[in-house]
Design a protein around this ligand. Structure first.
Ligand SMILES: NC(=O)c1ccc[n+]([C@@H]2O[C@H](COP(=O)([O-])OP(=O)(O)OC[C@H]3O[C@@H](n4cnc5c(N)ncnc54)[C@H](O)[C@@H]3O)[C@@H](O)[C@H]2O)c1
Length: 473
């Protein structure tokens, strides 16, 4: 059951009328939606709008992606080609690199990357580039929504500033939310509307589908808030409006910082438990039985993915403007980024106990994706571990069901093809390192045939035989 939008305080200026008219068009599904950036976030979002009956156009600078989509093909494992082909076939969805079509859109959603630069500071070049690309095509009455994760203030300070160079205006004004009701100073002469709504996509999550994940949003003013909530209420089961775009930006960072800090905590406790001879995974399972006040986080070989290792540092950077040190974030970053070196030390120690050394040892790494059952290598700790192993003289091979070879990346250039983990192959390595616990692996088989197994994920927990070969770290 969808919660519906908006009881409006009618004291109105043009901005509010625009918002009400636009909201009505979203409700009638006669509005057109444009999504810029067709990656892990943008593509499922575009398909969600399209499959709910709104004409949707995806925009990307990468022609190989738009061409594939136009042919009804996919490039993301968990998004089926059939779903894309169905929407393209119904002419509900199309993809293009021609940004002039933005003018036709009623709502434009920005889903481009927000990485860190080489100094680990926010790299907003993609967001800026996209705002610049929208600017010549911006027209009165359009709603623009930033979805990319970023520091509080980006929507107003960066996107709004660039869009207003078009000569069209949207004025930030405070508004209040009371449940679904928007009140406060709603009047104004806005030409366009602007909001922020953080993406909460969790690739590979089989329990929550995109439309089931509650959608948080905040406008730069009340009219924008009304319009953005009307838009998302068409496709999400639940929408939550907060009182500003800055609060919405901060909400996303809180979620990711919470994960980052708790993962660091559990990683630190794992190191202590290893020394104390206590099984951290057993302890977590026991603690999980508490029906309130405890959420389980699991230790691993380090942080990965496009979000958790990166997003918290967007806030650290912004906090400097307020002369405020974000100590939890810094400490969590320090602890989490030390985990790959810990894994390598554990491999060396395990070999040492067998009178072998890392220098010249042959190691097979199982799983290079940053988490189980997904085809995403970004910031994967496995890659860092492989590099550290090589630096210490080990001969490293890998297998991952999602990557048949490893191509050159920004930081790594392994030039490796995947080695099938057959019985013979497993036996031929000095150690097999489980870095990502993909479901596709038969861990009984791995332990039976490997000489030594280093398990960073407790993937072998169900294996009862030959446990003396397993070292958990
Ligand atoms: N991947 C996730 O699980 C996830 C979850 C929540 C939030 N986010 C956030 O969502 C945003 C997008 O992440 P993603 O994982 O979808 O990234 P992605 O790299 O998978 O996709 C980004 C897409 O944007 C395109 N692009 C880059 N610059 C562009 C430009 N100027 N104009 C048009 N297209 C452009 C790229 O070609 C690519 O297709 C980031 O801010 C990220 O932090 C990601």
């Amino acid at each position: 059951m969808r919660e519906t939008v908006t009881s409006v305080n009618h004291q109105a200026g043009i901005g509010l009328e625009d918002a009400a008219a636009l909201s009505a068009r979203f409700g009638e599904k006669s509005a057109r939606v444009g999504v810029i950036g067709l990656g892990y976030v943008g593509l499922p979002l575009a398909l969600l709008f399209s499959s709910n009956g709104l004409q949707t156009t995806g925009f990307d600078i990468d022609p190989s992606k738009t061409e594939k989509l136009e042919r009804g093909e996919t490039y993301i494992k968990h998004i089926s080609a059939a779903a894309i082909a169905a929407e393209v076939g119904r002419k509900q969805f199309r993809a293009t690199t021609d940004f002039s079509g933005l003018r036709e859109m009623d709502a434009v959603l920005i889903c481009v990357p927000t990485p860190l630069d080489e100094h680990r500071e926010p790299d907003l070049s993609f967001v800026r580039g996209t705002a610049e690309a929208i600017r010549p095509h911006l027209r009165p009455g359009q709603l623009v929504v930033l979805e990319s994760t970023t520091y509080p203030g980006t929507t107003e300070e960066v996107v709004l500033t660039i869009l207003e160079r078009s000569g069209l205006h949207c004025t930030p004004r405070p508004y209040r939310t009371d449940g679904q009701e928007v009140t406060g100073s709603l009047s104004g002469d806005d030409d366009f509307l602007l909001a922020f709504s953080p993406e909460r996509e969790d690739p590979g999550n089989a329990i929550f589908r995109t439309h089931q994940i509650p959608k948080v949003m905040g406008g730069v003013n009340g009219a924008s808030a009304i319009a953005v909530q009307a838009l998302y209420a068409q496709v999400f089961e639940r929408t939550i409006l907060v009182s500003s775009s800055r609060a919405a930006e901060m909400t996303k960072l809180l979620e990711n910082i919470y994960r980052c800090v708790n993962i660091a905590l559990i990683n630190e406790l794992k190191l202590l438990c290893l020394r104390m001879g206590i099984d951290i995974w057993e302890v977590i399972e026991a603690a999980k039985t508490k029906p309130f006040g405890f959420t389980a986080f699991y230790p691993g070989p380090g942080l990965g993915g496009h979000c958790i290792p990166i997003d918290p540092f967007y806030l650290t950077w912004k906090a400097r403007e307020y002369e405020f040190p974000t100590r939890f974030i810094e400490l969590a970053g320090e602890l989490n980024s030390a985990m790959p070196a810990h894994v390598v030390a554990a491999v060396a120690e395990a070999l040492n106990r067998r009178k072998q050394c890392l220098q010249g040892a042959r190691i097979l790494v199982l799983g290079v994706a940053y988490k189980k059952d997904i085809d995403d290598l970004r910031e994967s700790p496995s890659l860092r571990i492989m590099k550290l192993l090589e630096q210490q003289g080990a001969v490293v091979d890998y297998h991952d069901p999602y990557f048949s070879s490893l191509h050159k990346m920004r930081e790594y250039d392994f030039k490796l093809s995947a080695v099938e983990p057959t019985a013979g192959a497993l036996q031929s390595y000095d150690a097999v390192l489980i870095s990502t616990d993909h479901s596709a692996y038969d861990y009984h088989f791995v332990v039976r045939h490997a000489r030594l197994v280093i398990d960073t994920r407790n993937a072998t927990h169900a294996v009862k035989e030959q446990r003396e070969k397993i070292v958990r770290c």
